[in-house]
Design a protein around this ligand. Structure first.
Ligand SMILES: Cc1cc2nc3c(=O)[nH]c(=O)nc-3n(C[C@H](O)[C@H](O)[C@H](O)COP(=O)(O)OP(=O)(O)OC[C@H]3O[C@@H](n4cnc5c(N)ncnc54)[C@H](O)[C@@H]3O)c2cc1C
Ligand code: FES
Length: 325
């Protein structure tokens, strides 16, 4: 079967391969994040032909289904089809590889957040664009984690939150030892800075700050980047102890807001939801881009509110830390 895009790209697909996987196999990169139907980032329109659902398209509303929207990570083509997905050429050449990785450093930044540094074999050539994530595989358990370090660093740093009774959390918080051997698969996802030459708003909840830290550090260390537009970061957490990263930029000028979801005494930062605080501080969003990472509830609410407030639809980028199936 052939898959055609409105941009004029064409590629083959076979059997029950998802449209997204078929594209990636043909070295085309469409927007995606979770790959399991929850985040909605891979949403596109089916213009011609028929598809079958391989996994439930959880992120689609009934209205969207009626409007021929599909999630490319969940559907396979059963005839030749045409879709309106855009190929992201910035990610061309970034292969998805499986590599061994040794635990190099483990730092508990709070009771429920650990920073883990991974060392790759000296001959491994692991490429990523700041903002992307990788999968960690341990004891047949696979979980996704955003890369918090930048690509010029030798080791890869992850920022990981503990989940009650979480299988991988049990490893990160109870079992991990320096020098442990893990496997990583990546780099993955399409959350990366598309255009640094416009005003930027970053929204994060919890460890959703990880890819934003990476993107900002990349800009800080890019000798060709001269900041001409404002950058604002709104980072939300439930408890003050969860603000485990203190941004310290020399070159970048960033308006950084710490936002607690519930008020506590002696709190000097903001209180509420990151998207509400951000919207209260910016008007005329038509020139902005928004990058949101962390809980799916925050992302869905932020997207709806920012688009209603005038942000162009194609200027909202997100990476939802949804659960693995
Ligand atoms: C693209 C992507 C990037 C991610 N990046 C990061 C990252 O940088 N740092 C980070 O800490 N996490 C990140 N995550 C989340 C991570 O992959 C795991 O889902 C999370 O660490 C829980 O795994 P676990 O094995 O400990 O818990 P599990 O054994 O999977 O689940 C344990 C319990 O927690 C609940 N649960 C699990 N995951 C979630 C969730 N995401 N939201 C709400 N409830 C949940 C389950 O319902 C279950 O009750 C990312 C997820 C995705 C999809
Ligand atoms: S719903 Fe397809 S990538 Fe998340």
């Amino acid at each position: 079967m052939l898959i055609n895009t409105t941009e004029g790209k064409q590629f083959d697909t076979q059997g029950d391969q998802s449209i997204l996987d078929a594209a990636l196999k043909s070295d085309l990169v469409f927007e995606y994040s979770c790959k399991n139907g929850q985040c909605g980032v891979c949403k596109t329109t089916l213009l011609k032909g028929n598809i079958v659902e391989l996994q439930t398209q959880l992120a689609l509303s009934d209205q969207e289904r009626n409007d021929d929207k599909i999630l490319t990570c969940c559907c396979a083509a059963v005839t030749d089809i045409e879709i309106d997905a855009v190929d992201l050429s910035a990610l061309h050449g970034i292969e998805i590889k499986t590599l061994p990785a040794r635990v190099s450093q483990i730092t508990y930044l709070s009771e429920n957040i650990v920073e883990v540094t991974l060392r790759l074999p000296p001959t491994a050539y692991f490429q990523f664009i700041e903002g992307q994530y990788l999968d960690v595989i341990w004891n047949a358990i696979r979980r996704s984690y955003s890369i918090a370090s930048i690509s010029s660093e030798k080791e890869i740093t992850l920022l990981i939150k503990r989940f009650e009774n979480g299988q991988m959390s049990d490893y990160w918080f109870n079992k991990i030892q320096a020098n442990d051997l893990l496997r990583i698969e990546g780099s993955k996802g399409t959350f990366f800075l598309r255009d640094a030459e416009i005003p930027l708003i970053f929204l994060a909840t919890g460890t959703g700050i990880a890819p934003i830290k990476s993107i900002l550090h990349r800009l800080e260390h890019d000798p060709d980047y001269q900041q001409k537009h404002p950058i604002a970061v709104y980072w939300g957490n439930r408890y003050p102890a969860e603000f485990v990263w203190q941004a310290d930029f020399h070159k970048l000028k960033v308006d950084f807001y710490h936002v607690l979801s519930k008020p506590v005494t002696d709190w000097a930062g903001e209180t509420g939801y990151v998207q509400d605080i951000a919207l209260s501080k910016h008007s005329n969003l038509s020139e902005y881009a928004v990058y949101a990472c962390g809980s799916n509830a925050m992302i869905q609410s932020a997207k709806q509110q920012f688009l209603t407030s005038g942000l162009p639809e194609n200027k909202f980028y997100s990476d939802a830390f949804v659960q693995s199936f």
